[in-house]
Design a protein around this ligand. Structure first.
Ligand SMILES: Cc1cc2nc3c(=O)[nH]c(=O)nc-3n(C[C@H](O)[C@H](O)[C@H](O)COP(=O)(O)OP(=O)(O)OC[C@H]3O[C@@H](n4cnc5c(N)ncnc54)[C@H](O)[C@@H]3O)c2cc1C
Length: 450
């Protein structure tokens, strides 16, 4: 844990019946997001340890935001007034073998949950590139992994408990609350404080991960479907130079009757001869095991290992979801910008995600391909480049990742989300006076419709 991570409460605060201020933002550091590119607008950070504390705290505040693990790159989590952390509420509430679900408190991270699930014989369907993020923060922003048949992480949610603006706990389930449930799951933190989440689980499985290098773009164009369905989860990494996909990561399940051995060549791409980082020049020690070494699902589905800094660290990220059917056209549209993109890029990743029925999910009713950019941390340059990329992708109605950087104007966002007016209505029911809103939500979601 570095200096920027949450500092534990002192023992006096732990025994307090009240929500406690996290004492030590006092080190002189400003409260920032994980990447350090966002300095939050207040240092007021409170920690709750029980439902009663939470209800009481929410009732009394006029405005607040919940802070998860701070992995968003934009101001979606920001507050001018005060933050609530549920970091201390990280217990598994129930593992229901019959229903095949696990319920966790909202402060739980995937890094905490996955080894527990695995030890009990269960698994999640998919994971993001890293396990360090909170389940609640990931699901409320529609965080995703890869795999043609795999929905994003919020598609595994089967029930949710939320404290609304009045301080009342409301529970919602896929089975009983149909429409409301579909509206509330990707809630962008706008409906209230998520206290518990129930996720669907399946029997644990083993995987092998293989990396291939140098897939010609022409081969990707000719065999996109075959490449994307070559494994349970496929990630393409490219720097857009030389009409080349630098690395193809195949994550193969060992329980689905697939051939265990990876092909000696993948449409011209050659198997790597050692573990690789997505940016081949960086050391691979923070990456999950490759070279076909069998391992449990939670140590192969993410690219990065728990206990290490994921990705590159000092970076920015953007990501756009386009329809799966137009994947190659969209990829080639970005590739045309390679000279402008090159100087500012660390690496891009291309992933597929199945469609879902969650109103504000970027994959709502749309099998999708997500084109991701890890940028050098130079916002003045990146902020000029994003509108250029967005213009090039405009014919494909791009939906940006809610937790990453984008400059798509609100009107265009609204056009891309047909259920957004209903979402606004729903959030007014939970939060009539905008207790859980912030500048990001007011601009991008509530602006035109407030
Ligand atoms: C290195 C790195 C790799 C990443 N890889 C991926 C990836 O592979 N795929 C992908 O899709 N994304 C990825 N992301 C983005 C990340 O998954 C999202 O930003 C996610 O939202 C992070 O969760 P968090 O808890 O850190 O969110 P935060 O930034 O803390 O909060 C995000 C939002 O969730 C809300 N929130 C959090 N907890 C609660 C709660 N209990 N109740 C109500 N609202 C809540 C906050 O108010 C805020 O609106 C990556 C980010 C980083 C830094």
């Amino acid at each position: 844990m570095n200096k920027r991570t949450f500092i534990k409460l002192g023992s006096a605060a732990l025994t307090s019946p009240l929500v406690s201020p996290l004492l030590s933002w006092a080190s002189g550091d400003k409260l920032k997001n994980w990447a350090g590119n966002i300095e939050y607008s207040t240092d007021q950070l409170y920690s709750a340890r029980s439902l009663d504390q939470l209800r009481e705290f929410v009732r009394k505040q006029t405005r607040l935001k919940v802070l998860g693990t701070r992995h968003c790159f934009n101001r979606i989590a920001d507050s001018r007034d005060g933050f609530l952390s549920l970091k201390e509420m990280d217990q598994v509430v129930a593992l229901d073998r019959e229903a095949r679900t696990v319920t966790v408190e909202a402060g739980t991270t995937y890094g905490q949950l996955c080894p527990y699930l695995d030890s009990k014989g269960w698994a999640l369907h998919n994971l993001a590139s890293l396990p360090h993020i909170s389940v609640a923060g990931a699901c409320t922003t529609a965080t995703h992994g890869s795999g043609e048949k795999n929905g994003n992480l919020s598609s595994a949610v089967s029930a949710l408990a939320i404290i609304n603006a009045a301080g009342e706990e409301v529970t919602l389930s896929r089975r009983q609350d149909g429409k409301t449930f579909q509206g509330a799951i990707v809630g962008l933190g706008a409906l209230g404080v998520i206290t518990r989440i129930t996720l669907e689980v399946q029997p644990r499985f083993m995987m092998r991960q293989y990396v291939y290098q140098d897939l010609p773009l022409s081969e990707l164009k000719a065999h996109f479907d075959a490449i994307e369905s070559a494994a349970y989860s496929v990630s393409l990494f490219t720097d857009w130079q030389n009409r080349n996909i630098n690395e193809v990561w195949l994550k193969i399940r060992m329980d689905q009757g697939r051939t265990l051995d990876a092909p000696p060549e993948l449409f011209g791409a050659k198997p790597a001869t050692r573990n690789l980082h997505p940016i081949a020049e960086l050391a691979a020690e923070n990456c999950t095991e490759q070279m076909g070494v069998p391992g449990p699902w939670y140590e192969r589905l993410p690219h990065f290992r728990m206990g290490f800094t994921p990705s590159a660290g000092k970076e920015l990220q953007s990501e756009y979801f386009v329809p799966r059917l137009q994947a190659m056209e969209a990829i080639l549209a970005v590739e045309r910008l390679r000279e402008q993109i090159g100087p500012h890029l660390m690496i891009s990743e291309i992933r597929t995600i199945a469609a879902d029925d969650l109103w504000l999910s970027p994959c709502y009713k749309r099998p999708s391909v997500a084109i991701h950019f890890t940028w050098k941390q130079n916002w003045p340059a990146v902020s000029k480049l994003l509108p250029v990329i967005e213009k090039e992708l405009a014919p494909f109605q791009p939906r940006p990742h809610w937790g990453k950087l984008f400059t798509i104007p609100p009107a265009q966002l609204h056009a891309a989300y047909e259920r957004l007016p209903e979402f606004v209505e729903l959030s007014r029911k939970y939060d009539p006076r905008g207790k859980f809103r912030n500048d990001f939500l007011n601009t991008n979601i509530f602006g035109a419709l407030a």
